[in-house]
Design a protein around this ligand. Structure first.
Ligand code: HGY
Ligand code: MN
Ligand code: MN
Length: 414
């Protein structure tokens, strides 16, 4: 068989994506399937059954990362790994991460259906809790696997409402495996991740495939402010210690410093206000700061500038501050050979392709530390993601999966 003519089964990929879209579906056509929830378990169980249908060995490690292994002819050689995440934001979309896992499954199914035996093992993965929106931080499964964070740190993390503990929930859904969550357990030759762009570039320019050169660094901080609660009526405006007012000034500082520094993004996405009553002066605020740049030092410098201004505001407003660095992943420059392969394969398949950069974080930020990595992007309609209306046409998903198929075939037969 001339492997060049091989293509994935577009209808089957669509059906698989539609099955996923029904597990944790929201009423606005989105998904709510946070890591270690019942919906995540339901999706994982189906995914594992699909892997087994293709004859894969299935390994579940201590962080619940799921590895489906298709043995190659020569098991001494390093394996090719591809995958992403099945967990979503709360609420989130039907494609973010999911296309990377189910697109990899479609590649595996296509290879299996055609009885192709690759030189190297093929491993497809579902990485646990990539999103980090419910249990922070992001990339928890791939981060422990790559050694960026410890298993103990991850297990102890609480959800956004502070009610459940990650390690306990992972155990409860039956995915706290025994296999060590450690990259040294694996012999890898290279890795790919298929993903929606989550930005406006490909859709705006009408380009079918994106080939990012890498991923920005992600730095996550948590800031806690302590004010003084009191009755809003009789308490004079002078002398108040209003934590929410102090926060309001700090939020503007994040935006101001980001614009001053340039070549970065800075966002306050999450805030809790206590006691959050319309007639009590707020005495406690927790908020998060997300800073991203291609230049890690530039990002740290921006944070130092923000923190300095926060301290002045906290002093002036009588609201003591505690600022913590919660999580960091360095910027991830991809392997030139694999990056070029994504471009060459796209063009050979007749697809338009653009070299770009990823502003969104991915498990590939962690995997790329351990083995050569590259990513394949497909357009997001109107550049929207982390929203229920997140959408990528199925024919675009299929194009991305075909690029993944041929990148995998070439690399696994090298
Ligand atoms: O934050 C991110 O970019 C990813 O969705 N975790
Ligand atoms: Mn993602
Ligand atoms: Mn995401």
């Amino acid at each position: 068989m001339d492997l060049k003519e091989l293509r994935i089964n577009e209808d089957r990929l669509r059906e698989t994506l539609e099955t996923s879209a029904g597990i944790g579906a929201t009423k606005n056509n989105g998904l709510e399937r946070c890591a270690a929830t019942d919906e995540d378990k339901q999706m994982r169980d189906i995914y594992v059954s699909w892997l087994k249908e293709c004859g894969c060995e299935v390994v579940i490690d201590e962080m619940g990362n799921i590895f489906g292994i298709r043995p190659g002819k020569n098991r001494e050689l390093g394996a090719v790994l591809t995958g992403s995440h099945l967990d979503t934001q709360k609420p989130g979309g039907r494609f973010d991460g999911i296309l990377g896992v189910l697109g990899a499954l479609e590649v595996l199914r296509t290879i299996h259906d055609n009885n192709i035996q690759l030189e190297r093992d093929l491993i497809i993965t579902d990485w646990t809790n990539e999103e980090g929106g419910w249990f922070a931080p992001a990339c928890m499964g791939s981060g422990v696997w790559a050694g960026n964070i410890t298993k103990e740190f991850a297990y102890a993390r609480k959800d956004r409402d502070g009610k459940t503990v990650f390690g306990e929930e992972l155990e409860r859904i039956g995915y706290k495996g025994d296999f060590p969550c450690d990259h040294k357990q694996w012999n890898l030759y290279g890795a790919y991740e298929l993903h929606i762009e989550q930005g406006p570039v490909l859709y705006r320019e009408g380009i079918q495939i994106g080939a990012p050169k890498g991923i920005l660094c992600l730095h996550w901080y948590d800031v806690y402010l302590t004010g003084a609660a009191n009755q809003v009526g009789p308490t004079p405006m002078e002398g108040r210690s209003d934590a929410l007012l102090a926060f309001s000034e700090m939020n503007l500082v994040v935006n101001k410093v980001t614009h001053q520094m340039g070549a970065m993004v800075g966002t306050v996405g999450e805030i809790q206000n206590h006691p959050n009553s319309r007639n009590i002066i707020p005495d406690g605020v927790h908020f998060t700061v997300d800073i991203r740049s291609w230049d890690d030092d530039h990002a740290v410098k921006a944070w130092e500038m923000m923190k300095k201004e926060f301290e002045v505001i906290a002093e002036r407003r009588g609201c003591p501050i505690r600022a913590e660095e919660t999580w960091k992943v360095e910027h991830a420059p991809f392997d030139k050979v694999l990056w070029d392969r994504v471009v060459n394969v796209s063009e050979e398949l007749g697809y338009t392709c653009k070299r770009m950069i990823s502003g969104a974080g991915h498990d590939m930020s962690e995997v790329n530390k351990i083995t050569r990595g590259a990513m394949i992007f497909v357009p997001s309609i109107n550049g929207r993601s982390h929203v229920e209306c997140e959408e990528t046409p199925y024919e675009d998903c299929a194009k991305g999966a075909n690029v993944l198929l041929h990148c995998v075939l070439r690399t696994a037969n090298e």
